[in-house]
Design a binder for this molecule. Structure first.
Ligand code: SAM
Length: 218
C-alpha cells in the first residue's frame, strides 16, 4: 500500500522543515525542489510508505536511495543554479537527479548497474523528469563526451579524490564526493581553481562504495 495521495505534499513539507531546514540546509532553491519532487515515486512498493522517513531505503541490487538530508547537503554544496550542467554519479533510484533537474540543471546521470539505470529511467519518467539523461557505465571515470560540467555529485564513497572527475569540471566548478573507507567517510567539496583543487571538508557520512576504476574494486 502506498501513502494516501492527499497526505504526500504534507509529508514532503514536513520532511523539508524537520529534516532539512531545522538542521542546516539554507539554499531555498534546494528546499523548494525537495518540496516538489515526489520521493515515493523513486522507492519500490514494499518501502513506499516510508518515503519521507529520515533514512536511506533499499532500492534493490543491494543499493539504497540516499537519506533526504544527504541529497539536500550534496545539492547545496554543489551551488547548482538553473542552466548549470551537472553530472550525477551513482543514479540509484534517480531521486537526486530529479532534485537537481527540479533546481533547473541540465542533468546527466550514470549508474553501473543496468537494472537500476532502467528502473531510474522509469521513475524519472513517472515523476515528469524524462529530460534527465541516464547512462550505464563506470561513473568513477565520469562522462568525458558530455564534459565539462559545472558540478559533479557522487553518491557513493570513493577511496580518494577521483582525479578524472576533477578534470571534467569547468574552471570554478564543484565536485562533491564522500571520501574515506567503506564504513565511514566525510563529504568533500572540491572546487576547480587555477591553483589546483581547493578542498572544503563537509559532514561525516556513510555511503555505499563507488565501485570502479577510480573507486573500490568490485
Ligand atoms: N543518489 C541516489 C538516489 O537518489 O537514489 C542514490 C545512490 S546509491 C547511494 C549509490 C549508487 O551508486 C548505487 O546505485 C551504485 O550502484 C552506484 N555506483 C557505485 N559505483 C558506481 C560507479 N563506479 N559508477 C556509477 N554508479 C556507481
Amino acid at each position: 500500500m502506498g501513502v494516501p495521495r492527499m497526505q504526500q505534499p504534507d509529508e514532503r513539507r514536513d520532511m523539508v522543515e524537520r529534516q532539512l531546514r531545522a538542521r542546516d540546509i539554507v539554499d531555498e532553491n534546494v528546499l523548494r525542489a525537495m518540496e516538489r519532487v515526489p520521493r515515493e515515486l523513486f522507492i519500490p512498493e514494499p518501502e513506499r510508505r516510508r518515503a519521507y522517513d529520515d533514512a536511506a531505503l533499499p532500492i534493490g541490487a543491494g543499493q539504497t536511495i540516499s537519506q533526504p538530508y544527504m541529497v539536500a547537503r550534496i545539492c547545496e554544496a554543489l551551488s547548482v543554479r538553473p542552466g548549470h550542467k551537472v553530472l550525477d554519479v551513482g543514479t540509484g533510484s534517480g531521486y537526486q537527479a530529479a532534485v537537481l533537474a527540479e533546481v533547473g540543471a541540465e542533468v546527466v546521470t550514470i549508474e553501473r548497474i543496468p537494472e537500476l539505470a532502467e528502473q531510474a529511467r522509469a521513475n524519472l519518467a513517472a515523476a515528469g523528469y524524462d529530460q534527465v539523461e541516464v547512462q550505464v557505465g563506470d561513473g568513477s571515470l565520469g562522462v568525458p563526451d558530455r564534459a565539462p560540467f559545472d558540478g559533479i555529485a557522487v553518491a557513493a564513497a570513493a577511496p580518494g579524490l577521483p582525479e578524472t572527475l576533477y578534470e571534467q569540471l569547468r574552471p570554478g566548478g564543484r565536485l562533491v564526493v564522500p571520501v574515506g573507507g567503506p564504513r565511514a567517510q566525510r563529504l568533500e567539496v572540491i572546487v576547480r581553481s587555477p591553483e589546483g583543487p581547493a578542498v572544503v571538508h563537509s559532514v561525516p557520512c556513510r555511503f555505499v562504495p563507488l565501485v570502479g576504476e577510480e573507486g573500490f574494486a568490485g
